[in-house]
Design a protein around this ligand. Structure first.
Ligand SMILES: *Cc1c(COP(=O)(O)O)cnc(C)c1O
Length: 421
């Protein structure tokens, strides 16, 4: 459920007409709904209320400081994968003890920054990283709270580019080597083992791979306790899929996911951390864009939008499906037409949808990409020297620009020409 609905024939975000935002800020622009973000966070908090838990929002899904602040105010912690994200979380007012640091390639500088500024736990993904963290923490006279990310070798049955729990991927330490890694952790100075971490991928629409992974975590936790380690926390990652309207996928609800967590690891008495990103932000945002041209091609018609793959890369990168709806509601009997919906970027891959049947649209019309709140603005670039797409947050009848569109001068001023030219 979200708060982007038609009212009197126009598409609204909560109590603001999207056309008003397009007029004020220009297009393309991302628009987020405060109420939807809070609602989705609340679903996870409720799903885990059978025991101690912390829902850490995966900052990489949507890292705008305003979004992080509103989620933090509603009780969220943050899952970060770089110093930049750690700094965003801190800038949003999130205390270090609610920030989990994940990622396969943290630098020593990043580890130092997180340890100095505060971090709940560092999810370590390899033995070399463990040694580096030990050296950094010991030199600072600190103990780093550590969970080891284990690779459970389960098939998340999602797009191969977002599956992380199979043994051939770069993520985590193979489950078979985990006890040895924990033995190493316990022997190193500056390391305090606090838990076990797993994250098997993203846009997962079936509970079975989660259950398989969580069972492995439970078995491992028992084995590690028998080895004498104190395992107090389980970080079970994110990855729960969302219904992308029109995609036909029906993912499980957070409630059912929470029940699966309880079934598989509830008996261990651990505090549970989860790291959802997409499910909190995905359906809480739309990308608003305007039709530039309707072009008749060879045997197909192109709807050319002012948003491009640089603004929303998911279709080009993951063959992702996004529902694209007109801002002015089409009556049920309105004529329809089949379009290839494309952007202006000079790449053949700059296609949002092929052969999509939609209401007839004309130059100047507004459209909204649904389900664009996660991995949308966060993955945007300036490719083709298109200024970074702005972001707007709506709360009831108010809206605010939370990242403005840079000017061309600002964009160009970041470059510098060496003295010999
Ligand atoms: C990307 C990522 C997440 C969030 O995944 P979603 O599918 O957006 O819920 C959580 N944890 C880690 C370690 C990640 O890399």
């Amino acid at each position: 459920m979200d708060h982007f609905v038609y009212r009197a024939g126009r598409l609204w975000a909560e109590d603001v007409p999207l056309a008003e935002i397009a007029e004020a800020v220009g297009t393309p622009v991302y628009v987020y709904s405060d109420a939807t973000l809070r609602r989705h966070l609340g679903l996870f908090q409720e799903a885990l209320d059978w025991g101690p838990h912390l829902v850490c929002f995966a900052v990489k899904a949507c890292g705008n400081v305003a979004v992080l602040r509103l989620l933090a105010e509603a009780g969220a912690g943050m899952d970060v994968v770089s110093e930049g994200e750690w700094r965003r979380a801190r800038a949003a007012g999130v205390p270090g003890e609610r920030i989990v640091f994940s990622g396969v390639g943290k630098t020593r500088a990043e580890l130092r920054c997180a340890l100095a500024g505060g971090v709940r736990q560092i999810n370590v993904e390899s033995e070399p990283e463990l040694r580096a963290l030990s050296a950094v923490a010991a030199a600072m006279g600190l103990e780093a709270p550590v969970a080891i990310r284990v690779n459970p070798d389960v098939d998340a049955r999602t797009h191969p580019k977002i599956a992380t729990g199979l043994s051939g991927t770069k993520f985590g330490i193979p489950a078979a080597r985990a006890r040895e890694a924990y033995r190493l952790a316990a022997s190193l100075p500056g390391i305090r083992v606090v838990g076990v971490d797993v994250h098997i991928g993203s846009q997962i629409t079936d509970l079975a791979p989660f259950e398989a992974a969580f069972r492995r975590v439970a078995e491992l936790t028992e084995a590690l306790r028998a080895d004498g380690h104190r395992i107090e926390r389980l970080d079970l990652g994110g990855g729960l899929g969302i219904p992308y309207a029109g995609s036909g996928e029906v993912p499980p609800l957070p409630r059912d996911w929470g029940a699966a967590i309880r079934r598989t690891v509830g008996h261990l008495g651990c505090e549970v951390t989860v790291e959802p990103g997409r499910l909190i932000a995905g359906n809480a945002g739309v990308l608003l864009s305007r039709v530039l041209y309707v072009k008749e091609g060879e045997g197909r018609d192109f709807l050319i939008l002012d948003a491009g793959m640089n603004d929303l890369v998911r279709p080009a990168l993951y063959d992702a499906h996004h529902d694209i709806v007109p801002e002015t509601e089409a009556p049920p009997d309105a004529p329809r037409r089949v379009f290839d919906v494309v952007g202006p970027v000079c790449e053949t891959g700059d296609i949002f949808a092929r052969g999509r049947e939609m209401p007839v649209l004309a130059e100047g019309d507004l459209v909204a990409f649904r389900s664009a709140g996660a991995y949308g603005a966060a993955m945007a670039s300036e490719y083709n020297s298109r200024p970074l797409v702005p972001e707007v947050l709506v709360r009831r009848d108010q809206f605010a620009v939370i990242r403005r569109r840079p000017t061309f001068d600002e964009m160009i001023a970041r470059d510098s020409v060496p003295p010999w030219l």
